[in-house]
Write a protein of this length. Structure first.
Ligand code: CP3
Length: 340
């Protein structure tokens, strides 16, 4: 059994299990090779044998304990009928969506047909994955998805999206409920197709004002956890990036099994103030992995020291960056494996 699943079942081990967010992607030459054969990024996400291939690539190179499904958080807006494309250098672009036209502008019609190749990729991956490795599925959290969908792209402050949310809180809450349902359905299908765990990426949770955190971040997360829990006890990892002391509420009230911590979270503080049985994940700075060398080694040891006595998964505070040198990943994995 995978060390990651053993940890979720309560068997803590040292060294900790290890995987990295965005472990499949542009830092790998073999990924860039496959990517070149597809016209668009979504062609890769929706071609099961290719999505399976790039999911497994990082495990062929590095001794990770888990694979993460190769897909994207923006397949949900795509499956709900919003146009999504990816531009080299600009990131995702979504067709304009105004909160005032919701719910007319989106629909569940064709949702599962559109996402069927994702579930097919999961079955394929499971048929090829060693029993000693786990497969992690994922989705974007409603708040983060809502920001992209209303802004039409990623940017520094999501001003257009937040303006709409503030001006019509009632409809924005309905929009978040709708997205919570879409996310839950997508996660449940992933579980049925064979993922061992799921992660909820709330990458822009730190953009939510404190006054609205309960309503816009915590409540949708609780809804999703409750819906997934109705059909499965699959471990759920929450990644509410940048929320600072709101981690106290998120960690104790969201219902997630594990909490992925960004690089700015002081581990000792988190460990002292969060439920003792809550599994942690993270929080190595992705730029330290780019930087490498002794400072990387010292930080790995420091993280391990601060996580002592609590179950944790070694990971980054955010995704691997495309410029990460592969020898640094190699060294990092080796140093983690040497921890006592
Ligand atoms: O972790 C993994 O290896 C699995 C694959 C994965 C991707 N995106 C592949 C991808 C996962 C888990 C994601 C999640 C995702 N996607 C998030 C949440 C986590 C995070 O990174 O913050 C977000 C916000 C997105 C939206 C998204 N997709 C953006 C902002 C971009 C462009 C960023 C960039 O680096 O260009 C994408 C495209 C994307 N998703 C790429 C990959 C490998 C790069 C596109 C390409 O290869 O052509």
């Amino acid at each position: 059994m995978s060390k990651l699943l053993e940890l979720f079942q309560g068997r803590t081990s040292s060294p900790p299990p290890l995987w990295f967010m965005r472990q499949a992607g542009r830092h790998l030459p073999e990924y860039r090779q496959v990517r070149k054969t597809c016209k668009t990024f979504f062609d890769l996400c929706y071609t099961p044998h290719l999505a399976a291939q790039v999911t497994l690539q990082p495990l062929e190179r590095f001794d990770y304990d888990a694979a993460i499904l190769f897909s994207d958080i923006l397949v949900i807006p795509d499956a709900l009928g919003q146009k999504v494309s990816f531009e080299e250098g600009t990131g995702p672009l979504l067709s304009p969506l105004s909160l005032s036209t919701f719910p007319k502008s989106l629909s569940f019609e064709g949702f599962f047909e559109k996402l069927a190749p994702v579930y097919e990729a999961i079955s394929l991956i499971r048929s090829k994955l060693s029993p000693s490795k786990a497969l992690i599925g994922f989705a974007g959290a409603p708040w983060t998805l809502a920001l992209y969908m209303l802004e039409g792209r990623g940017n520094r402050d999501f001003a257009k999206a937040k303006h709409q949310a503030f001006q019509d809180e009632e409809n924005f809450s309905k929009f978040l409920d709708f997205l919570s349902e879409a996310v839950s359905l997508h996660l449940i299908e992933q579980v049925k197709a064979g993922v061992h765990s799921v992660q909820l990426f709330d990458t822009w949770a730190g953009h939510c004002p404190a006054t609205h955190f309960q309503k816009w971040v915590l409540k949708p997360t609780q809804k999703i956890v409750a819906m997934v829990r109705k059909i499965s006890d699959v471990p759920i990892i929450g990644f509410p990036k940048g929320i600072g002391s709101h981690l106290l509420d998120y960690g104790s009230q969201s219902g997630v099994s594990a909490l992925s911590l960004d690089a700015s979270t002081p581990l000792t503080w988190a460990s002292e103030n969060l439920p003792k049985d809550l599994i942690f994940q993270g929080n190595l700075d992705p730029l330290l992995l780019v930087s490498g060398g002794n400072p990387l080694k010292k930080t790995i040891e420091s993280i391990h020291g601060q996580m002592k006595g609590r179950p944790y998964i070694f990971n980054l505070g955010h995704g691997i960056l495309p410029q990460t040198p592969l020898p640094h990943i190699e060294a990092c994995v080796k140093w983690v494996r040497e921890l006592k």
